[in-house]
Design a protein around this ligand. Sequence first.
Ligand code: BG6
Length: 478
Amino acid sequence: MGVNTDRVMPSDALVLFGVSGDLVHKMIFPSLYAMVIRGHLDIPIIGVASSEWNVDRLTKHVRHSIDAAGGVTDHQAFRRLLSLLRYVKGDYRDETTFAAIKRELRSASRPAHYLAIPPTLFATVIQGLGAAGLANEARLIVEKPFGRDLASAQALNRTAQSVFPESSIFRIDHYLGKEAIMNILYFRFANSFLEPIWNRNYIAGVQLTLSEAFGVKTRGAFYESAGCLRDVIQNHLLQVVALLAMEPPAYQGYAAIHSEKAKVFQAMRSLKPRDVVRGQYAGYRLEPGVAKGSNVETYCAVRLFIDSWRWDGVPWYLRSGKCLAETAAEVLVELKDPPQKLFSDSTLSAERTNYLRFRLSPRTAVALAARTKRPGHEFVGDQQELYLLDEHPGEEGPYERLLGDALLGDNALFTRQDAVEAAWAVVDPVLKRHSKVLPYKRGSWGPVGRDQGVEPERGWHNPELGGLNTRRPKRQRT
Ligand code: BG6
């Protein structure tokens, strides 16, 4: 799909608020380095933080960041990256900080301001940028979480839009920059065979799993303020649902996609406490930064419905959690069973008959499952998976892709204000009204079996890592 960016000017400087923080260290500098290697970045990078740093200290930080991400492979590009760095120390509440940024921008007149800072500081920095005249011709790149409920997201949108036009605001959901997720959009609308079956008449239900085999690590304090529902379900998983559920865009262009996605969120039924199961892994309360009696969920499963012509009555099951059995993300779209049970093995109602499976990570896969007859006298068969795609994700990581797009003014893979607010409206009623967390063992699949009503009829499909390295289908005895 073509994107028209020829009327917008590229940014001529990148201002990184929160440059000494974790996100910039882990994700942003490795992405900037990769962009320099590809020749996609050659503008000043102005790091801003409250730490008593200078450019030399920032340089050390960058070196450490690249080392942690695999080390320097291209020394020339690395030196080039270092030569782009500038540093401003300051308090975000102080106007002299913004005056110092203005000085460091020198002749740059179209900066992109990246807020990799705690959300509580977003409004302060946005207003500071506006007051200092640093918003003219500029872009604002905001990291999630964009708000912590519907009211705060609306307030933040009002603040951002009072200083920047919507077309200059880039709300990052890094899931949208992932190859496997872009492929959902492509796969749905580049093929014609799906459309006739992609609706309530043929689809029995859809499951999305984002499981992580690790805990909150050093992010306990952040997690205590978020929880799984806010951290990944309201954004990453709902974005994937929107791509799976949206109507075909009316024209070639991303504005049409943004509109169709927003309509999906608007048609989603708001969650009620009975649609949500919350779990907490054993030992979470002992993690640094976590309250002793914490009721924050490290696992969350939800069942939702989209009240639209296409999806009426089809349940969507979403779950995510830390310290689960695998690190994987997968979508399973289950088709309805054949109307008659003609063969002796058709009575195995526990087995899924036809489904489409999108493995999102760690590999990218698209597989279609069907039953075929086993050679022999009996009319019994096996379920086979036909692999349409099975590969490692492309080289360009999501942050590299999204940062590059934002600097070029291409907002295709970012979230629009109406969609963000509509997604918050879906989860808002259960952010505070919910039952107590159910404990689960580390390395398990969460409090499965106790999530009555929120569990799919045929149970959760657990992504298995082993099967993906082989194209040979597993034989299942029937
Ligand atoms: C982040 C969440 O947005 O997404 C993390 O804050 C989560 O808690 C991560 O681990 C998952 O992203 P990915 O790309 O590692 O699947």
